[in-house]
Design a protein around this ligand. Structure first.
Ligand code: ATP
Ligand code: MG
Ligand code: MG
Length: 143
């Protein structure tokens, strides 16, 4: 049914639940491939017409934090055949994930409902919301 499963992982509690569900699902689907992605996004602020970028040292530190999250995911899938974890960059997480799913012909995206953001009133965070809104393939959102 699902042969290529893409998991969006940011290290949060619901993303961990999503990853665990994905692993369970993968084990029931013979010959399926699972890839976990974490997206690093540069920190920028728009001020009028100018786009301000955080100092390089701050970016470096954030990139290292992203590597830690990606490595966590790698460890989680290390015991599985046909599974991998990848650190992606190049833009806003939802866009990067949707493009990646398209380009590599995934047939299911699994995300957590919320992430590392602090505002928890809404059911979905902005990344999971944008993914489910724009994806051309089924999306599973795990709470
Ligand atoms: P917001 O970011 O809008 O403040 P939030 O952090 O609570 O809210 P989201 O960022 O939308 O919520 O996170 C929901 C899910 O989206 C996460 O559980 C994870 O599956 C995925 N996700 C979020 N950020 C990333 C990322 N940088 N890389 C990969 N997946 C991500
Ligand atoms: Mg977030
Ligand atoms: Mg956010």
């Amino acid at each position: 049914m699902f042969n290529k499963i893409l998991v969006a992982y940011d290290g949060s509690e619901t993303a961990t639940n999503a990853l665990n569900k994905a692993i369970e699902m993968k084990m029931t689907l013979k010959d399926s491939f699972l890839e976990v992605v974490h997206v690093f996004q540069m920190v920028t602020a728009v001020l009028g017409d100018a786009v301000l970028t955080a100092p390089i040292m701050v970016q470096d530190e954030l990139y290292e934090a992203a590597e830690v999250i990606a490595n966590e995911a790698k460890q989680q899938v290390a015991h599985l055949p046909f599974a991998s974890a990848t650190l992606l960059d190049g833009g806003p997480p939802a866009k990067v994930i949707l493009n990646y799913a398209d380009e590599h012909q995934f047939d299911l995206i699994i995300t957590g409902s919320r992430g590392l953001g602090t505002f928890k009133e809404l059911l979905l965070g902005s990344v999971s919301y944008e993914i489910v809104q724009h994806a051309k393939i089924p999306v599973m959102i795990v709470k």
